[in-house]
Design a protein around this ligand. Structure first.
Ligand code: ASP
Length: 338
């Protein structure tokens, strides 16, 4: 019998579409299937989403999708805040941070890893092949090399040039990627004002309704040697709870760690908030701690719930995120407080 909440049609191929309380599920021979979706931070997320989508649309695992997706910006020498081509620390070393989490609270992380182009894949191996969750520095490198990863120089001529330029003043000042209020351009487009940090955080839900996430970055440019931000810290830069959804963050990591930002967003969604409202709430908590500081930094959160609803929120204008599902493939500008 057809009711308002449950509508069923059967196609000639024997598959069916079920609409339950507004959610679209695809039913096939192997049970009920969800519509997959992938979301990720910043404009470069669009290309990363395309790689993830190839896996999702073939009914692959969300975990495989997020790993494949974030590997795109990791390998791109023109993105100066992730993987190969990332800006170095103040001593000239490119140090990478990444973490990954699946639908069963399995997670892995590497921090301050050098000379390996895909830290996300090392993080996944930490998750799958060790009894641990986090490996750092030399230990992480040793583990990567023992598992067949190749040592590579990640400092591109472009990044080396930027570092040498920075050495002239050695002014330690992370520049947030916010829109320039006078020209309405993003800071990265303003001469003399290149952005120097931005992370890819990616969340996907696969056709089985399982959620996973990945987060990878070179962290703050010209940071102190050994500095680690929020991105590889489970709960701060990324959190997945398959009952609720997932969240990820970008921006000044120190502020995100203090509030365990991504975990907070997921818990707020558990309490009933929609993704955008949960992200806004977390941003407001950062402001509450230090309203003055919050005005001059950037933090953005991005979240997805189990219904496939998504949303983001940032401190400042300029935070964008990319979404791809069966219906759309686009970049959104997140709302912001300032
Ligand atoms: N969250 C990163 C960090 O603090 C940087 C960024 O996303 O811009 O290392």
């Amino acid at each position: 019998m057809t009711t308002r909440r449950k509508f069923l049609t059967t196609s000639m191929l024997g598959s069916a579409v079920v609409i339950t309380g507004g959610d679209l599920l695809v039913r096939n021979g192997s049970g009920t299937k969800n519509n997959p979706i992938v979301i990720s931070t910043w404009d470069f997320g669009k290309e990363a989403n395309a790689a993830a989508w190839e896996i999702l649309r073939n009914n692959g695992r969300a975990l495989d999708a997020v790993e494949a997706g974030v590997k795109i910006p990791e390998a791109d020498p023109n993105i100066n805040s992730i993987g190969y081509g990332g800006l170095p620390d103040r001593e000239g070393h490119v140090t990478l941070d990444a973490c990954i989490m699946d639908e069963k609270y399995n997670c892995g992380s590497v921090m301050c890893l050098e000379n390996i182009i895909h830290p996300i894949s090392v993080a996944r191996l930490v998750m799958e092949k060790t009894p641990h969750i986090v490996l750092v520095g030399d230990g992480a490198l040793q583990f990567a090399l023992a598992n067949g990863f190749q040592k590579e120089n990640l400092l591109t001529p472009q990044s080396a040039k930027a570092w040498k330029e920075w050495l002239k003043t050695s002014k330690y000042e992370p520049i947030p990627n916010i829109e320039n209020k006078t020209t309405d351009k993003k800071v990265e487009e303003v001469p003399g004002g290149p952005k120097n940090h931005d992370t890819i955080g990616m969340i996907a839900m696969d056709s089985n309704g399982n959620v996973s996430g990945a987060c990878t970055t070179s962290g703050l440019a010209f940071k102190m040697r050994g500095r680690v931000g929020d991105s590889p810290i489970i709960g701060a830069g990324l959190y997945v709870d398959n009952e609720v959804g997932a969240a990820t963050s970008t921006g000044l990591g120190e502020e995100v760690i203090r509030i365990v930002g991504s975990h907070l967003v997921v818990e707020l969604m558990r309490q009933g908030l929609k993704p955008e409202a949960a992200c806004r709430n977390a941003v407001e908590r950062i402001i509450k701690r230090n309203p003055l500081k919050a005005k001059s930094i950037q933090v953005g959160f991005l979240a997805l719930n189990k219904k496939g609803e998504y949303g983001g929120y940032a401190l400042q204008k300029g935070f964008t995120y990319a979404v791809k599902n069966g219906k759309e493939d686009r970049v959104y500008s997140a709302k912001s407080i300032y």
